[in-house]
Design a protein around this ligand. Structure first.
Ligand code: NAD
Ligand code: ZN
Ligand code: ZN
Length: 399
């Protein structure tokens, strides 16, 4: 089959690799019809390189049609249309039963002390072959895959794999429904979807902050009060504007939907590059212990949140040594919530939103639908935010 294969920093290629097969009774093989490109894939493409191995198949946002099932799979049959969550979870351990499917105790990676395995997401998360491919082996297939009806286009359902549950969890973790104001920093696919969900959950004032014209414009068109970070001189200026919009208090909830992306933080970008040039074992160690992350979005989030408010971190961070303004967090009595989305936990809440009217505008959410063969260009397009690229969907069946 054809698949997107990681070869190094800024180097993915589309190659022919062996077809996956049923390895365990609980496996299914899914033929992928649509599969997303995510901000998290850019981390692998850049700073996470020390944890990748040339030859790894990447991608974690797929849907498609079941092609084969193992002898232990009861719930699925060949021909079923399914969306596959990005986390691989068993569904019955203590963590899965408590709604923490991203911490599944059966698929946890104890060697690295990380949570549940993820498709296509480095040694830290199980080195499971990913979903930017024609075929995907899905372990624990009786639990993960979400069955969806035939008829509506893939765009209605494919975001159930990651973007929708991730944004839903971020907005719920920020305190909605029940808050009057929410500021979202970063309007990539995740931040944009957070704004849509916040409106849907009745948050009155939704403020979105980014640095890219078309990302700001998409959100403005849907009623978000957008602030262009380039037009405001630093954290203090943005904080003043957000306070003006929220009766002087700051936002009740703030979401950091940026994460450790290097964009806009030259020092961190240089650190990422330096790290990538070190020998592999050394840079993996440094990345875990010395901290290469940039915290400018997180620091802004801490400024924007009102006293007693909630900060929800959905952007992915690594590293440990960057200092956090602990005094501000403590003094403002900020509540912090964060983590990888527990995809399965939110599916029942989300299905009605994708099945009935397209209230979240999913059919127009993707900016690019491309054949798999276009992946190397698409990664560059998305990384540099060229050609209006916000959300790219690959369609492996297209040529
Ligand atoms: P993305 O890279 O397209 O979005 C990041 C956005 O942040 C961009 O629009 C960029 O312009 C903006 N940005 C960068 N620096 C900024 C700054 N200083 N101020 C304001 N905006 C700034 O990626 P995405 O797909 O939307 O993902 C966003 C984050 O969420 C990534 O870190 C990704 O890894 C993470 N993520 C987490 C989960 C989870 O389960 N927690 C799931 C999916 C994605
Ligand atoms: Zn993703
Ligand atoms: Zn489990």
């Amino acid at each position: 089959m054809r698949a997107v294969v990681w070869h190094g920093r800024h180097d993915v290629r589309v190659e022919t690799v062996p077809d996956p097969t049923i390895e365990e009774p609980g496996d299914a093989i899914v033929r992928i019809t649509s599969t997303g490109l995510c901000g998290s894939d850019l981390h692998l493409y850049e700073v996470m390189a020390p944890f990748m191995t040339p030859g790894d198949v990447v991608g974690h946002e797929p849907m498609g049609v079941v092609e084969a099932v193992g002898s232990g799979v009861q719930r699925l049959r060949p021909g079923d249309r399914v969306v596959v969550p990005f986390n691989i979870s068993c569904g019955s351990c203590f963590m899965c039963s408590s709604g923490f499917q991203s911490q599944c105790e059966v698929t946890q990676n104890r060697q690295w002390e990380t949570g549940a395995s993820l498709f296509g997401y480095s040694k830290l998360y199980g080195q499971v072959p990913g979903a930017q491919a024609e075929l995907l082996r899905v372990p624990h297939a009786d639990y993960g895959p979400i069955s969806v009806p035939t008829g509506p286009p893939d765009d209605r359902f494919v975001y159930l794999s990651d973007v929708l549950p991730t944004a839903w969890q971020a907005v719920r973790y920020a305190g909605a429904p029940g808050i009057d104001s929410l500021a979202v920093i970063g309007l990539g696919p995740i931040g944009d979807m957070c704004c849509r969900i916040a409106h849907h959950l009745g948050v009155e004032t939704v403020i979105g902050i980014d640095l890219v014209d078309e990302r700001l414009e998409r959100c403005r068109q849907r009623g978000v009060t957008v602030l262009d970070g380039r037009e405001h001189d630093g954290e203090a200026a943005l904080t003043d504007v957000v306070r003006d919009l929220t009766a002087g208090r700051g936002a009740a909830g703030v979401i950091d939907a940026v994460g450790m992306e290097a964009h806009g933080a030259p020092l961190a970008a240089a650190a990422h590059k330096a790290l990538a040039l070190l020998p592999r074992a050394l840079s993996a160690k440094l990345m875990l212990s010395a901290g290469s992350d940039r915290l400018s979005a997180l620091r802004l989030a801490i400024e924007l949140v009102r006293r007693g408010g909630t900060l929800s971190i959905v952007g992915v961070y690594g590293g440990m040594t960057d200092p956090l303004p602990m005094m501000t967090l403590f003094d403002k009595q900020v509540q912090l919530r964060m983590g990888q989305a527990n995809v399965r936990r939110w599916v029942d809440d989300l299905l009605p939103l994708v099945e009935d009217d397209d209230v979240l505008g999913l059919e127009q959410f993707a900016t690019h639908r491309l054949p798999l063969e276009a992946a190397p260009d698409a990664y560059e397009l998305f990384r540099h935010k060229r050609d209006g690229a916000v959300k790219v969907l690959f369609q492996p069946a297209a040529r």
